[in-house]
Design a protein around this ligand. Structure first.
Ligand code: PLP
Length: 409
């Protein structure tokens, strides 16, 4: 008789965004005339940069002729894209990478979720809290999380709270961690780490033989100087860190699907016989078995992000969202609210008013201001007492949402 992976049964049944959708749908059914402003889910609203569209059209035309047709590509990605990435995202920051250290994928979710494949079930995991839920759920599926407690925490996972008291800068884990997930700029809090703060983590990892999974999906939103764009800006990180990047929020690729993962040659972990194994080689083996590459058309579109026009168009899109974030930050402050993030990030982390938890503030904003956010507690126990708003909406919606919130408050 076939048996399931029982770890899947441990996952709580409903998913944050489906709970929200249920509440929103029932509100709409009861109030059909009301127009809601949705600033909850982190999806973009601006169209793809023109340079990407043109590149996709050209690539599609190439596929129309047998002389220029492309079938299966390299599992790891085409060199034209890998070289553009290294030249533009890393070399200007003094980071040297070889082509084989970059793996093109179909978005950061896949690789942040799948990377656990090459690690033993016995590794101890540490996560910042609140957190992008994929990191925990994928470890639950792999059997690394233990049991879910009534406090919302998994028994075998170490949580590193990020809250107002520590300025959203996590302290080192209270017990040994083999694998540490860091996401900066952070989803959901919108906060960042300085170089000095990130160095503490690299030093910890080097000292303890740990690996850092550094999710830099929101790197393109960094505008301040002392915020590292890549963990490899920190000395020693080539020995202990894997970095995940995404074109989703950078260039509106949420529906196109492309990102990449960097695994330097120096990152190793221990095998059962005590030998050190290069994670790059293991991941390549995993990808060649389970992944057949991102489509040629998509990779050509991603390459176009790095053309002179592409860079300008991408910057214009990100500037648009960051201006939304500024308008929202100021609007919320004017309403007397406490808000974090939204400077190097499209996310605003809003403290709920006195006496309100995340979910009842979500309900109140929905009913009284007709604005949809995401309850902070949905991202982990330390998110209680916060609500996440995204700056990915249309400008007029962001302005109107602030007007409604100010009126309600
Ligand atoms: N990492 C973080 C922190 C995210 O917030 C998201 C998407 O919201 C992703 C990864 C996944 O991005 P992608 O669209 O590239 O799969």
């Amino acid at each position: 008789m076939a048996q399931i992976n029982n770890n899947f049964l441990k996952l709580p049944g409903s998913y944050l965004f489906s709970d929200i959708a249920k509440k929103v749908n029932s509100f709409k059914a009861e109030n059909p005339g009301i127009d809601l402003i949705r600033l909850g889910i982190g999806d973009v609203t601006r169209p793809l940069p023109e340079a990407c569209i043109e590149a996709m059209h050209r690539a599609a035309d190439e596929l129309a002729s047998s002389a220029s047709f492309h079938g299966y590509g390299p599992e790891q990605g085409y060199d034209f894209l890998i070289e553009a990435i290294i030249k533009n995202d890393f070399e200007p920051r003094g980071i040297k990478l070889s082509n084989h250290e970059v793996f093109i994928n179909d978005g950061a979710k896949s690789d942040t979720g799948n990377i656990g494949d090459i690690f033993s079930r016995d590794n101890k995991i540490a996560v910042t809290d609140p957190i992008y839920p994929v990191y925990i759920d994928s470890n639950v599926m792999a059997g690394r999380a233990g049991e879910l407690g009534i406090d919302g925490c998994w028994s075998d996972i170490t949580y590193m709270p990020c809250n107002e008291e520590n300025g959203f800068v996590p302290s080192l884990p209270s017990r040994h961690a083999d694998i540490i997930y860091l996401c900066y700029p952070n989803n959901p809090t919108g906060t960042t780490l300085t170089r000095e703060e990130l160095k503490v983590w690299v030093d910890y990892a080097l000292k303890n033989g740990s690996i850092i999974f550094f999710d830099a999906a929101y790197e393109a939103f960094i505008r301040e100087d002392n915020v590292p764009h890549s963990i490899y800006e920190i000395e020693g990180a080539r020995h202990c860190a894997i970095e995940f990047r995404s074109f989703s929020k950078t260039a509106g690729f949420t529906g196109v699907r492309c990102g990449y993962t960097v695994i330097p040659d120096e990152v190793t972990a221990t095998a059962a016989d005590g030998s050190k194994v290069q994670l790059n080689k293991l991941w390549l083996r995993r990808q060649c078995t389970k992944f057949n590459g991102t489509s040629y058309i998509t990779q050509r579109a991603a390459e176009a992000i790095y053309s002179p026009e592409g860079k300008e168009q991408v910057k214009a899109n990100i500037d648009y969202y960051l201006e939304n974030a500024r308008i929202m930050r100021e609007g919320l402050k004017k309403s007397g609210m406490t808000v974090y993030g939204g400077v190097n990030s499209p996310y605003l982390w809003l403290k709920t008013p006195e006496g309100y938890g995340s979910w009842n503030f979500f309900d109140t904003l929905l009913e009284k201001a007709n604005v949809v956010g995401t309850p902070g507690v949905g991202f982990g126990p330390s998110g209680e007492g916060f609500l996440r708003l995204t700056a990915f909406g249309k400008r007029e919606d962001c302005i109107e949402a602030m007007r409604r919130i100010e009126k309600y408050i």
